[in-house]
Design a protein. Structure first.
Ligand code: NA7
Length: 549
C-alpha cells in the first residue's frame, strides 16, 4: 500500500443510521432487527467472526451451564426446526458453530466489519452524531450508536510483578488462541478458580504432565450433570419450544430453573435433606435457581444448603486438608457466580495435580520459568490466567467515549457506573448501552435476556427515525433515581456481604479502573420485571429521557 492509499484509508468516513458495536448474541440480533426496519446499520466487531463470548472463550472445557436448547435465539425459527443440540450443555465449538450458522442463514456478515476494535467515540453537539474511531484507522459517523459489547468481555490479568517476564506459553482463558494449544505432558499453572477456571482445570488435568492450581477464594461449585442428547429427546424438546420460550420470559433470569416458592422453613430437617438431594441430582442451575427461594435471602436457610454442599466436597476429595481448602469459608452460596463442574473436586485426588491457596502461600512474582511463591519456585511450561473480567462496565470503559462538554464515560463513572435503566448515561446522548451495568441484557440466560432488550431498543430506534428525533438523552434525575434503586436493592441481599465481580471487588486496589466507590454493577430484579419497565417507557412516551425533535 502506498502512503497516499494509507492516508485515504485513515480519513475514510462512513455514515450509517445506526452503528452497533459488537457482533455477539446481542449485536447479531440487533443488526437483524434494525435491518428489518429498513435502517442502514454497520456492526463493528473486534473479533474475526460472530459469536462474542463463544468466539473468544475457546479455552479447554468451555461449556454452557444453561441447557443448550434454552440458550438459542427464539427468533431464528428455521433453526429451531433443524438445529439439533448434541449435548444437554453444549461446549464452545458447538455454540460457535450455532452463531456462525445464524450469521449465514440471516446473511448478517455483509453488514459486519470484523477485526475492527472501536477505540474512541466522540459526540458532535452541533450535528448530534457520534464519530466512532477504530483501530483499523477507519472512522464511522452515525446519529445513533448501540453498544452490544457484552458484560464479560474485558479480561483482567492479576497484578503480579514480573508477569511479562515469563518465557513459556501464557494464555488468558478469554483470549484463547484459535490455533490448537497442546498441554499434554506439560507443566501447567492455572490461576483462578471461578466458573471458567473450574471448567478449564477439570479439562487440563486430564492430560497435563503436572498441574498446579492457584486458588484465591474457594467457590461453591455444583455438578453440571451433562449428557448426550438423543434424537427422541430432541424431538420432545422441539415440540415444546413455543411453551418453553413463553415460560422462560417469566423465570427470574430466563433460565429453565426458577426459585421454588416453598421455603426451607416449610420442611422438616429430614424432608429438607431429601429436597436438597433432589436438587443435587438435577441438571445445571437446578442447584441454584431451582432451590427454595429463602436460600437467596436468608443467611440461615443458605447455611443449611452450604452444610449439605460441604458434605459433598468431603465425600469427593480424599485428602481432608485439600477438602478443607476447597471449602468456601467467606461467603454464602450464590452470592458469587456459581460454577457448574464435571469432576472438578476429583481432580484434586490425582497425583499430577497440586492445589495452592494464595491466601496461605501468595505468588511473590512471575519469573522467566514459572512463579515464585513464599515457599519456593514452581516451574511451568504454560501459565493460564482464569482471572475473570472487569465485569459489566469494563468493555465500555476501555473505549475512550467523550460526551457532552468533553466529559468522558470514565469520568462520569469514576464513582461507579450510573445509568438510566441500564440503557443510557446522562451526558451521552444518542448512545444506548445494551448489556452494560444496571441492565438485564446479557445478564442471566444470554439470548433470553438480550432478545427482549434488543426488541425494545429496535422499537425506540424506529420511533427516533420515524419522528425525526435528533437527540435522546437520559435525564440526570431519572438516572439518579434508577442508580439509587439498583444500589439499594442490591445492598439488602446476601450478595452485598460478599466480595465479587458484581461489585468490582475483583479489580486490584491499584487498578486505575477500580471505581472510587463500591457499587453494584448488575441489576437484581427479575427479567420480566425489567422488561415491563422498558415496555412502560414505550407506552408512556419515554419518560426519563430528554427528547429533542
Ligand atoms: P470470575 O468468576 O471473576 O473468577 C475469576 C477467578 O480468578 C476467581 O477465582 C478469582 O479469585 C481469581 N482471581 C482474580 N484475580 C486474581 C488475582 N489477582 N490473583 C489470583 N486470583 C485471582 O471469572 P470467570 O471467568 O471464572 O467467570 C466469569 C463468568 O464466566 C461467569 O460469570 C460465567 O458466566 C462464565 P476471587 O474469587 O476473586 O478471590
Amino acid at each position: 500500500m502506498t502512503a497516499t492509499e494509507t492516508a485515504t484509508t485513515a480519513t475514510e468516513k462512513t455514515t450509517f443510521d445506526v452503528l452497533v458495536i459488537g457482533a455477539g448474541i446481542s449485536g447479531m440480533y440487533q443488526l437483524h432487527l434494525l435491518r428489518e426496519e429498513g435502517l442502514s446499520v454497520r456492526v463493528l466487531e473486534a473479533g474475526s467472526d460472530v459469536g462474542g463470548t463463544w468466539h473468544w472463550n475457546r479455552y479447554p472445557g468451555a461449556r454452557l451451564d444453561s441447557e443448550s436448547y434454552s440458550y438459542q435465539y427464539a427468533f431464528a425459527t428455521d433453526m429451531l426446526e433443524d438445529w439439533d443440540w448434541s449435548e444437554l450443555f453444549a461446549g464452545q465449538p458447538e455454540l460457535e458453530r450455532y452463531y456462525q450458522t445464524v450469521a449465514d442463514r440471516y446473511d448478517l456478515r455483509r453488514d459486519i466489519e470484523f477485526d475492527t476494535r472501536v477505540t474512541a467515540m466522540a459526540f458532535d453537539e452541533q450535528a448530534n452524531t457520534w464519530t466512532v474511531t477504530t483501530d483499523t484507522g477507519k472512522t464511522f459517523v452515525a446519529p445513533l450508536v448501540i453498544t452490544c459489547t457484552g458484560v464479560l468481555s474485558a479480561p483482567i490479568y492479576p497484578h503480579i510483578p514480573g508477569i511479562d517476564r515469563f518465557k513459556g506459553e501464557r494464555y488468558h482463558t478469554a483470549l484463547w488462541p484459535a490455533e490448537t494449544v497442546t498441554l499434554e505432558n506439560k507443566k501447567v499453572i492455572v490461576i483462578g478458580t471461578g466458573a471458567t477456571g473450574i471448567q478449564a482445570i477439570t479439562e487440563v488435568a486430564k492430560t497435563a504432565g503436572h498441574l498446579t492450581v492457584f486458588q484465591r477464594t474457594a467457590n461453591w461449585a455444583v455438578p453440571l450433570r451433562n449428557q448426550a442428547m438423543t434424537p427422541e429427546r430432541m424431538a420432545e424438546i422441539r415440540a415444546g419450544y413455543p411453551d418453553m420460550f413463553e415460560n422462560l420470559q417469566h423465570t427470574f433470569s430466563g433460565f429453565l430453573h426458577d426459585w421454588d416458592p416453598v421455603p426451607t422453613t416449610a420442611y422438616t430437617p429430614e424432608e429438607l435433606q431429601e429436597r436438597f438431594q433432589q436438587a443435587w441430582n438435577g441438571p445445571g442451575f437446578a442447584k441454584w435457581m431451582g432451590l427454595p427461594n429463602d436460600i437467596a435471602s436468608s443467611a440461615e436457610a443458605n447455611q443449611k444448603w452450604c452444610d449439605f454442599l460441604v458434605e459433598r466436597i468431603r465425600e469427593r476429595v480424599t485428602d481432608p486438608a485439600t477438602a478443607a481448602l476447597l471449602t468456601p469459608n467467606d461467603h454464602y452460596f450464590g452470592t458469587k457466580r456459581v460454577p457448574c463442574e464435571s469432576g472438578y473436586y476429583e481432580v484434586f485426588n490425582q497425583d499430577n495435580v497440586d492445589l495452592i491457596s494464595l491466601k496461605q502461600n501468595p505468588i511473590l512474582e512471575i519469573t522467566e520459568t514459572g512463579v515464585r511463591t513464599e515457599t519456593g519456585d514452581i516451574d511451568a511450561d504454560v501459565i493460564i490466567f482464569a482471572t475473570g473480567f472487569e465485569a459489566f462496565s469494563g468493555a465500555l470503559k476501555r473505549i475512550d467515549i467523550t460526551g457532552v462538554g468533553g466529559i468522558t464515560l470514565e469520568q462520569a463513572w469514576s464513582d461507579g457506573p450510573v445509568t438510566y435503566l441500564g440503557v443510557q448515561v446522562a451526558g451521552f446522548p444518542n448512545l444506548f448501552i445494551m448489556g452494560g451495568p444496571h441492565g438485564k441484557g446479557g445478564h442471566g440466560n444470554g439470548p433470553r435476556c438480550a432478545e427482549k432488550v434488543q426488541e425494545w431498543m429496535t422499537d425506540f430506534a424506529k420511533h427516533i427515525f420515524d419522528e425525526s428525533i435528533v437527540r435522546v438523552e437520559a435525564d440526570p434525575a431519572a438516572q439518579r433515581e434508577w442508580s439509587d434503586e439498583v444500589q439499594e436493592r442490591a445492598m439488602k441481599g446476601l450478595m452485598a456481604q460478599t466480595k465479587s465481580a458484581f461489585f468490582g471487588d475483583n479489580l486490584a486496589d491499584d487498578d486505575p479502573a477500580k471505581p472510587r466507590k463500591r457499587t453494584y454493577l448488575a441489576y437484581v430484579g427479575a427479567l420480566d420485571e425489567y422488561v415491563d419497565r422498558l415496555k412502560n417507557l414505550t407506552k408512556n412516551g419515554y419518560p426519563g429521557f430528554v427528547i429533542t425533535s
